[in-house]
Ligand binder design. Structure first.
Ligand code: 1GP
Length: 243
């Protein structure tokens, strides 16, 4: 297990270079996005979903690996979403919630498989932030999110994640969120951790990507908005990279 992806993230963070990750939901995968992702210089592709119904996770990974060279990291919705064909996995522990299965239970089930795989494992403290509506991630995880304006709770949770040895913190308002994680919360969390900070959920415009970067995101994740309008991809990546 090499730390290639994580080392490149650390290197970018040190150089103050923001990164962009495109989230692909296997249920809504359109192969044409891969060419656009390569041309736009997307830094990472994340693959996964809270619930996959039609899409074939494994087949989707094969198609991505065959058609582009962008590092592919699994963003697992559950323990079934593991494949050695990807480059790595964000090993998420849902530290904003109090569901033991998502803090450690599923990890125990997945551990032997992960051990056998050659996947780069990046332990990631995953925090769901309230966005004003019930998201798939919230419902499926059976947890409460951190309230939208409770910056202190978010700060303490992120600090605890870092102290527990997580390599990154991912603050997520949930796919298609109406309200993104607030700039204020991003700024506050950023001020108390040294590990890379990933921000996602509801980023559907250049301005929102800019706001997340300005507030302190090291990596910006967009999924939904690109599924709806792939022309946005180039503009958002350019904005993130120009920071
Ligand atoms: C969801 O953070 C990701 O877990 C991306 O959210 O699909 O709203 O871009 P969007």
């Amino acid at each position: 297990m090499l730390n290639k992806a994580y080392l490149s993230i650390l290197k970018s963070k040190k150089a103050n270079k923001k990164l962009f990750a495109l989230l692909i939901d296997p249920d809504k995968f359109d192969v044409s996005v891969l060419k656009k992702a390569t041309l736009s210089k997307v830094d990472f592709i994340l693959i996964g979903g809270s619930l996959i119904t039609n899409g074939n996770f494994e087949a989707c990974i094969e198609v991505i690996k065959k058609n582009c060279k962008i590092p592919l990291l699994i963003f697992p919705g559950n323990e079934l979403q593991i494949s050695s064909k990807a480059d790595g996995i964000l090993l998420l522990s849902l530290i904003s919630g109090r569901n033991p299965d998502l803090l450690i239970g599923k990890h125990v089930l997945a551990a032997p498989l992960l051990k056998k795989s050659k996947l780069e494992i990046i332990p990631t403290g995953y925090m769901l932030i309230d966005s004003g509506k019930q998201t798939a991630a919230l419902y499926m995880s059976n947890t409460n999110p951190i309230p939208y304006s409770q910056n202190e709770i978010a700060m303490s949770t992120a600090m605890a994640g870092e102290q527990l040895g997580m390599k990154m913190i991912y603050m997520d308002a949930g796919s298609g969120a109406e309200k993104c994680v607030s700039a204020n919360m991003i700024k506050k969390v950023k001020s108390v951790i040294d590990i890379p900070l990933i921000i996602g959920g509801g980023i559907n415009s250049v301005q929102k990507a800019k706001d997340a970067c300005k507030a302190g995101a090291d990596i910006v994740v967009v999924g939904n908005a690109i599924e709806k309008d792939s022309a946005l991809l180039e503009k958002i990546v350019k904005t993130v990279h120009s920071f």
